[in-house]
Every structure is written in structure tokens, then in C-alpha cells.
Design a protein around this ligand. Structure first.
Ligand SMILES: Cc1ncc(C[n+]2csc(CCOP(=O)(O)OP(=O)(O)O)c2C)c(N)n1
Ligand SMILES: [Mg+2]
Length: 355
């Protein structure tokens, strides 16, 4: 493992905090067991991304892809703790977040294919996913850029007296950006209802966290802004859910301002692209092996019977097949779409000089 945690031991999935056997809020009206929801969600994300990796060499995917394989639990655990009216902002490594929050799978695959039916009209690709109806407010290729957007959105909610919560996802590399620090300060000052979620996979492209940061203790930095912070070392969605739920409840109730959750995980594939990269020399397969043994999908699977798992898997695999078929047969955007959605449009389409 790249480093050990520090900052106090977190409960494991089966730890003292426990985890509810069934959903506790109105969100899960069907009463589906939470364990089944966790498994469905992590398994679905894993298989979607494996399918993307499989199809990638055919060049039908029209954009670079940054896969979350190995890191699925953070998105799933946090999004299960959110309500449908809550919103998320994320990064170019955003498939997992988009899907965990309820983004439309067909429109995501169509977006990767550059098709008009894609969630960004086929013009954004994998790094710019958005589904406002599901509360996915956007992901961006620019490191750290959605953090201030998330804080602004959260402050807006507070000014309007609304009870929704914003979750802002970013990597350990984004913590080095000025935008992160400005956002933390402003969010704390305004008590914006935002949960900062750092997915710490210990690398920014090929640079380790210890080679980049004078202090790798994010919790300490967060607390310096007056923002309570928790680290979850467990790669199980249930453990992340338990921590996120506590934080989200306090933020929503106004008993706390913003909070930060650091979720440790490990990127199994290369920084960008569908392959493994243990030959590249910046990290070893030995280091990864410890994380393979903590596979979030296997962790969630272990709590279900083979029958329940099989039923979930069959449904998910059929849905994924349909999504790829949808993307394959969908048309590309018209050439005129190049000039739309670039500027605020006043009913006349693109500005005059671009028409
Ligand atoms: C402002 C900015 N600086 C640099 C880059 C180049 N870049 C792309 S991804 C990346 C690494 C970010 O690492 P991290 O935040 O840990 O996210 P991870 O890729 O590990 O999920 C960098 C430096 C960028 N896209 N935007
Ligand atoms: Mg990283």
C-alpha cells in the first residue's frame, strides 16, 4: 500500500458504527435491502467500465476515458447517503459518480460515442458528464474546477432556504489547487451545505502524493479551515455510506457547516485509458495487490446470497448491453450543433458571427 492511513482508525463495514440492514429513508420506498443496492451499484459501475475498456480499442469511444475501476465505493457510498434532490459535482474520472447518483446510462454511453443522444449532446465526452434531472451537475477535465462551482451552488441553496446538500468530488491532486483552498475558506465562512469528498488514490497521473505534498494529512488541513473531516480507509461502500450519512444528516440539519470526507482507494488501471500500466515504472503490481484484495465489488458481493447476486447481475448486464446498442445505433450530432450551447443563447441560437 502506498501509505498507511493515520488520523484515527475508521470503523470497518462490520465495525461499531454498524450499518442498517434496510434503507431508513423515504428514498428507498421499495425497501430494497441496502446491501443489494450497494452491490447493484458497484457491480454496475465495474461492468460498465469494463465494457468501455473492451470497446475502446475499436475507436468507437470518441474521447479519452479515466476509469474508476477499483475506486467505485466512494461514489456509491456517498450517493446512497444523498437524497434525489441533492446534487453532485465531479471530475473527468466521473463515470462512477454519474451512475451512482442516478445518471442515465444510455445517455452516458452515447456521450462517450459522441452521439447526439449523449448527455452533453455528444460534445463533451467522458470527461464532461451531466444529468441535472438526476442531480449530476457536471464533471470537468480541469482539475479542481468544479469545487468552487459546488460551493457556489451550495451557498445559493442556503440563500434560498432550501434543504438540499451538495457533494463535491475531487482527487488528491486537486487539493494542491488554489481553488480548493479558496472554496474551503468560503464554504466554512458561509456555512454552505456542502460535503467535500476527496477520493485519495495517492497519485496525480504518475506522481505520488508524498512527492507532491509537504503534508499529506488532508484532515488536518480541512480542520484548519474549521471544517470537520473524516477519513474512511475501508474500500467497502457500506463503510463510506455510514460516514457520509452522518455527515450529510448534520449538514442538512444545519447542525454543522460543510464537512470533508477523505476516501482512500486505488486506481487499478492507467491514469487515462483502458489498460493496466504496471510496466510504466511509477508503481508496482506488488503495491496494487494489496488493493486488489480489498476489491469493493467483492466486498459488497460477500454480503449477499448467490441467488440475489445472480439476479442483480443478470439485470445489470442486460441493461449495459442495451445501453451500448443504443449508442451504436444513435446518430451523430448535426454539424450545426458545433455552434450551439457555447454561449448564453437568447432564443436566436448561436451569436450572429457564428451563425
Ligand atoms: C488545472 C489542471 N492542471 C493540470 C491538469 C492535468 N491533469 C489532469 S489529471 C491530473 C491529475 C489529478 O490527480 P487527482 O486529482 O489525484 O485525480 P485522479 O486522476 O487521481 O483521479 C492532472 C495534473 C488539468 N487537467 N487541470
Ligand atoms: Mg489521485
Amino acid at each position: 500500500m502506498p501509505r498507511s492511513g493515520g488520523g484515527g482508525a475508521r470503523p470497518s463495514a462490520a465495525g461499531p458504527r454498524g450499518r442498517p440492514a434496510t434503507a431508513g429513508s423515504g428514498r428507498h420506498a421499495a425497501g430494497e435491502r441496502l446491501d443489494a443496492r450497494f452491490y447493484r451499484s458497484v457491480f454496475r459501475i465495474r461492468r460498465v467500465e469494463e465494457a468501455i475498456a473492451d470497446v475502446y480499442p475499436t475507436n468507437r469511444v470518441q474521447s479519452p476515458v479515466h476509469l474508476s475501476i477499483g475506486q467505485e465505493a466512494a461514489s456509491v457510498g456517498v450517493c446512497e447517503a444523498l437524497e434525489p434532490a441533492d446534487v453532485v459535482f465531479g471530475t473527468y474520472r466521473g463515470h462512477a459518480l454519474y451512475l451512482a447518483k442516478g445518471g442515465d446510462l444510455k445517455r452516458m454511453i452515447a456521450e462517450l460515442y459522441g452521439k447526439a443522444a449523449g448527455c452533453a449532446g455528444g460534445k463533451g465526452g467522458s470527461m464532461h458528464l451531466i444529468d441535472p434531472a438526476a442531480g449530476v451537475m457536471g464533471t470537468s477535465a480541469v482539475v479542481g474546477s468544479t469545487i468552487p462551482q459546488a460551493v457556489g451552488y451550495a451557498w445559493g441553496l442556503r440563500l434560498q432556504g432550501r434543504s438540499a446538500v451538495v457533494a463535491s468530488f475531487f482527487g488528491d491532486g486537486a487539493v494542491e489547487e488554489g481553488a480548493f483552498h479558496e472554496s474551503m475558506n468560503f464554504a466554512a465562512l458561509k456555512r454552505a451545505p456542502v460535503l467535500f469528498v476527496c477520493e485519495n488514490n495517492f497519485y496525480a497521473i504518475h506522481a505520488t502524493q508524498v512527492a507532491r505534498q509537504s503534508s499529506t494529512d488532508l484532515l488536518e488541513r480541512s480542520r484548519a479551515y474549521g471544517i470537520p473531516a473524516t477519513r474512511v480507509e475501508d474500500t467497502d461502500a457500506a463503510a463510506i455510506y455510514a460516514a457520509a450519512r452522518e455527515a450529510v444528516q448534520a449538514i442538512r440539519a444545519g447542525t454543522s457547516g460543510p464537512q470533508l470526507l477523505e476516501c482512500l482507494g486505488y486506481r487499478w488501471r492507467e491514469h487515462v485509458g483502458p489498460n493496466e500500466d504496471f510496466h510504466a515504472g511509477y508503481r508496482s503490481r506488488d503495491e496494487a495487490e494489496a488493493w486488489f484484495r480489498r476489491d469493493p465489488v467483492a466486498r459488497a458481493a460477500a454480503r449477499l446470497s448467490p441467488e440475489v447476486r445472480a439476479a442483480i447481475e443478470a439485470t445489470v448486464l442486460a441493461e449495459i448491453r442495451e445501453a451500448f446498442e443504443f449508442a451504436e445505433r444513435s446518430p451523430y450530432p448535426d454539424a450545426g450543433a458545433l455552434y450551439t450551447n457555447l454561449f448564453r443563447e437568447s432564443g436566436h441560437g448561436a451569436p450572429r458571427h457564428l451563425r
